[in-house]
Design a protein around this ligand. Structure first.
Ligand SMILES: Nc1ncnc2c1ncn2[C@@H]1O[C@H](COP(=O)(O)OP(=O)(O)O)[C@@H](O)[C@H]1O
Ligand SMILES: [Mg+2]
Length: 295
């Protein structure tokens, strides 16, 4: 199948989005998440270790699982960082070949019936992903909110028959093992909002579990600054606010406990204070931002 667009909808079963990287977006998602440098460095190093030495690890079965889990509360940047990892890996390994980013959203798999979703997962892991691994030099699979199919067996308590839940997560685990054995150029990154609900059999397969948390004040102030800077690229009068680091810090102090998503949206929230401001964002002032932290 000829791939002529870098970002397109494909009929690949169970995959909600495919990107061939590097592309014109560069490392946009990777860059926009502000976290402790050690988190990014460990994540990237693991991915490079796995993907740059696939032959060596193929000779050492079981040494590397090629699964990383990003866990943490909603809005802490897990999905963005997981897709960003594919962007930076693609850039680092560009001389060896392309990297395909496949995003799998378990919610997109029809799951009215678990028997049905079991078949879907099996098709995804046994057919779709192995096909991608033949077509592309490197494949990064992001399984977003993996808890929706790797439910901890002992805690499975939703309306479904618990036996079906066991079967569904067994199918995922066995399928992943087969995929890992067959396709040494595939790296999986799973994200989860509920680390406690994830099956131990799943976490024990991961080489690394990284926890993201609610940003501290320093980080929060950088996120606010970055968000203002983005708007300043469109409405230049906002530039003054975007350059005022002391302001970002004071704003961050009054946003204690906010997640990355909320912090990022603070300036937009401030712009919605009045009709006049919405129509003319250049008129944004510090007091609008402060009011948005308390409403
Ligand atoms: N640490 C962070 N630094 C910068 N932006 C962040 C951070 N955490 C979250 N965001 C922003 O919040 C939004 C939601 O992030 P997302 O990756 O979907 O979080 P999650 O998957 O953890 O729910 C994105 O626009 C992202 O850029
Ligand atoms: Mg997410």
């Amino acid at each position: 199948m000829a791939i002529d667009h870098h970002h397109h909808n494909t009929p690949v079963h169970g995959v909600s989005s495919l990107r061939v990287l590097p592309d014109e977006g560069g490392t946009r998602n990777w860059d926009k998440i502000i976290v402790d440098e050690s988190v990014k460095s460990r994540l990237l190093s693991h991915a490079l270790l796995a993907l740059a030495h696939e032959k060596e690890f193929y000779a050492l079965p079981g040494a590397l699982q090629r699964l990383v889990i990003l866990s943490g509360p909603p809005g802490t940047g897990k999905t963005t960082l997981a897709t960003g990892l594919a962007e930076i890996v693609a850039q680092e390994l560009a001389d060896k070949g392309d990297t395909c980013l496949a995003e799998v959203n378990p919610h997109a798999l029809p799951s009215e019936m678990l028997g049905e979703s079991q078949r879907n997962v099996a098709r995804l892991l046994d057919n779709s992903l192995p096909e991608l691994s033949l077509r592309y030099r490197h494949v990064v699979v992001v399984i977003d909110e993996v808890e929706s199919f790797a439910v901890r067996r002992s805690a499975a308590s939703f309306e479904a028959n618990p036996i079906d839940v066991h079967r569904a997560s067994d199918a995922v685990l066995e399928g992943m093992d087969r995929l890992m054995k067959r396709c040494p150029n595939v790296l999986m990154v799973a994200t989860t909002n509920f680390p406690n609900a994830i099956d131990e059999a799943f976490t024990s397969r991961a080489d690394m579990v990284l926890s993201l948390s609610i940003p501290d004040v320093e980080t929060a102030s950088k996120i606010i600054g970055m968000s203002l800077e983005e708007l300043a690229g469109i409405w230049s009068e906002i530039g003054r606010l975007a350059r005022d680091e002391a302001l970002h810090l004071r704003l961050a102090e009054s946003c204690a406990g906010w997640d990355g998503r909320q912090l990022r949206r603070l300036p937009l929230k401030a712009l919605c204070e009045t009709k006049e401001l919405a129509l003319n964002p250049d008129k944004l002032r510090a007091e609008n931002l402060f009011r948005a932290t308390t409403t």
